[in-house]
Write a protein that binds this ligand. Structure first.
Ligand SMILES: *Cc1c(COP(=O)(O)O)cnc(C)c1O
Length: 560
């Protein structure tokens, strides 16, 4: 390793290549009338080509990772940086690359596309690195060694000493793919670049940073390696929108740190719960945001989960992964739902599940309706509540108490739910039963319409209203509980006795099985109670919001 290993490894054609020189490269100023790149003068700012060298973004990454900007090249996802490595260092039909098995599938595909032979060495049974076998397999033409750590799909991070031994003794470049390093709680190889001139580290914004859609992959290596790769990369490979979005996220890294912490603690809790389930033969240790579980019949479990709307990854045909499903860690709500679904699994065999039940995944992504009708008849009251959580804030309320109607209308209007409430109560005696029973029925209607799709996340809303301020915190996954911090001095507002207010919300909490924390301050009693109802409605609006994509728990077909 005394000579420049980058040049020694590079394809001769690349060493001699004079790269394309773009307009943005030849003139780098920011000001002037740009008539050099055949761009349109209209549609600012997207009319201009992006910075081909992503200077600002690379500076920010350099600062975050404590390396030099010259040690960084960016790609349209890690997949592009992998492809750049092949195109820079591997001569088609002549050179080879080496990797481990099982591992990430893209190295092999990229090798195939580039006409480069791909060889693998099986990991040890415990998924550790077989250092000697790897070194024995290396030849003069073996240009790259791919080591994914933490490894996908096995989830483990490789031992530092084994890695160091390979870095010292492997004759070509060692590519350490750290797509999941943030979840490992351990350091990155990025900080060892000075020590190992043949080291290339790959990272990505697709996993811990939650930005798979923007496609940003990062390769770290010696300046010599980076300069060669720069010759090969397409001039404008990272678009302006991606550069801007990445810069914004990288300017608030604490958000990612918190999310990663949450995912790690969810992972550990989830794995611990799964350990106790007898159908699961083994839960494999993980340094990533996913883990393997081993079962006697992984196909049956896969189908069972699919029927609950959960999509896992069947990795049972990968070497050393016999019987294994790979599961990514989701939100607390999703993980709770997953755990329930796995617990409900009752020795369904693959052949028992009709194919039509799971061939169309789209089937399971159908958005189920969230409606409920609750009828409640006692000697004192006769109540009918209809609710649609995904409505248009339509209200049709008739309780016989004008002011109560007005308050319940606020719930529909400000939560976005459709709400119809019809009550015949014993108002000739007093308001007590009507107020209480209606609140219970309303709570029950919410609980039913939500089904079991809600998690334990907490939602809150604070609302100022004229001279008043109300704050409502709501947790639909909680026990029926009310903390009430509002005091009323007048005896009545409208025809409602103020002493009943606390009781109304307590009844709602019981019906909906939710935790409610309500605090309100202010002089005008009418405004104060109205602010509480509105704040409750706003908190409900947040709590029942269904998000498209990964945060949304899909249909629980067959379960509800
Ligand atoms: C997900 C993943 C990546 C990310 O690839 P991008 O193209 O950056 O989205 C890279 N390596 C491994 C091992 C992965 O699992």
């Amino acid at each position: 390793m005394n000579e420049n290993i980058a040049q020694k490894m590079a394809r001769p054609a690349i060493l001699n290549l004079k790269p394309y020189s773009s307009a943005r490269e030849e003139f780098t100023g920011n000001e002037g009338i740009f008539l050099d790149a055949n761009e349109s003068p209209y549609n600012k700012p997207l009319n201009r080509y992006p910075d081909p060298f992503q200077q600002k973004l690379r500076e920010r990454i350099a600062e975050l990772k404590q390396v030099e900007k010259g040690n960084i090249i960016l790609g349209n996802g890690s997949d592009e940086t992998i492809d750049m490595l092949f195109r820079t260092f591997c001569e088609p039909g002549k050179d080879k690359v080496l990797s481990i098995a099982p591992t990430y599938g893209m190295y092999k595909v990229s090798a195939g596309i580039n006409g480069v032979e791909y060889e693998t060495v099986l990991l040890n049974e415990d998924f550790s690195l077989p250092v000697n076998s790897i070194l024995e397999k290396a030849t003069d033409n073996t240009k790259l060694l791919f080591l994914c750590s933490p490894n996908n799909p096995t989830g483990n991070r490789f031992d530092d000493e084994a890695m160091a031994e390979l870095l010292k003794n492997f004759p070509g470049l060692v590519v350490v793919d750290e797509a999941y390093v943030d979840f490992s709680g351990q350091g990155s190889w990025v900080n060892a670049l000075d020590k190992y001139p043949n080291l290339v580290v790959l990272q990505t914004l697709s996993k811990a940073w939650g930005l798979a859609a923007i496609r940003l992959g990062i390769a770290f290596a010696s300046a010599d390696i980076i300069q060669l790769m720069m010759k090969v990369k397409p001039p404008y490979n990272v678009n302006t929108l991606t550069q801007e979005k990445a810069l914004q996220s990288l300017s608030e890294p604490q958000i990612t740190t918190e999310r990663v912490q949450q995912i790690i603690s969810e992972r550990d809790a989830l794995m611990q719960s799964l350990e106790e389930i007898p159908t699961i033969k083994k839960v494999f240790a993980s340094d990533a945001n996913f883990f393997l579980i081993r079962l006697d019949d992984p196909g049956a479990m896969y189908n069972h989960l699919l029927q609950q709307g959960i999509i896992a990854r069947d990795r049972s045909r990968e070497p050393l992964c016999e019987g294994c499903l790979r599961i990514s860690v989701g939100t607390p709500a999703q993980n709770k739902y997953l755990l329930e679904a796995i617990k409900n699994y009752s020795s369904v065999k693959t052949e028992d599940v009709p194919a039509s039940n799971w061939t169309t995944v789209a089937d399971y992504l159908v958005t189920p309706e969230r409606k409920a009708v609750k009828e409640r008849k006692t000697k004192e009251t006769d109540i009918r509540v209809e609710i649609n959580l995904d409505g248009n804030a339509k209200a049709n309320i008739s309780t016989g108490l004008g002011f109560y109607d007005h308050m319940l209308e606020q719930i529909a209007r400000h939560s976005g739910c459709d709400l119809s409430i019809e009550v015949k109560g014993d108002l000739h005696i007093d308001e007590h039963h009507t107020l209480e029973d209606t609140a219970i029925a309303l709570g029950e209607a919410f609980a039913e319409a939500l089904g079991n799709k809600m998690g334990i996340e907490r939602y809150g809303f604070a609302l100022p209203m004229d001279d008043c301020a109300a704050m409502v915190l709501l947790d639909f996954g909680g026990r029926p509980e009310l903390v009430w911090k509002a005091r009323f001095k007048r005896e009545k507002v409208g025809e409602l006795p103020t002493e009943m207010f606390e009781h109304i919300f307590k009844s709602f909490a019981v019906g909906a099985r939710c935790n409610l924390y309500i605090k309100a301050k202010g002089k005008n009693e009418h405004h104060k109670i109205e602010a509480i109802f509105k704040a409750l409605a706003r908190a409900i609006r947040m709590a029942v919001k269904r998000e498209a994509g990964s945060d949304f728990l899909p249909s629980t077909k067959g379960m509800l």
